[in-house]
Design a protein. Structure first.
Length: 99
């Protein structure tokens, strides 16, 4: 068995390769930290404002609810579309969907 100190000086190509691997490892770690940081800052839970309560008229029950810009759309079992204000929850319009 030989000791690594007895092998002589390190070849230049091996020294270059070791530095290259070290630099690439640092770049990969920095990129990973950057990606995690972007995910955390971009995908925060910033829910849009919603009304505390929406009451359907005539005791109708909701079949589907859709959030749109500035409004909440509710399709009722009775075949009506109810359009509510997104902030106040006030009924703005009713559309009959039956034929």
């Amino acid at each position: 068995m030989t000791n690594s100190d007895d092998d002589g000086p390190e070849p230049a190509s091996l020294r270059f390769l070791r530095r290259l691997v070290t630099v690439l490892t640092g770049v990969m770690l920095a990129g990973l930290i950057l990606i995690i940081g972007l995910i955390v800052t971009r995908f925060r839970d910033t829910a849009p404002p919603l009304p505390a309560e929406i009451t359907l008229p005539d005791g109708d029950t909701a079949r589907a609810v859709t959030l749109a810009e500035g409004m909440v759309l509710v399709v009722g079992e009775a075949g009506r579309l109810y359009i509510y204000d997104r902030v106040t929850g006030r009924l703005k319009q009713t559309v009959d969907l039956s034929d």
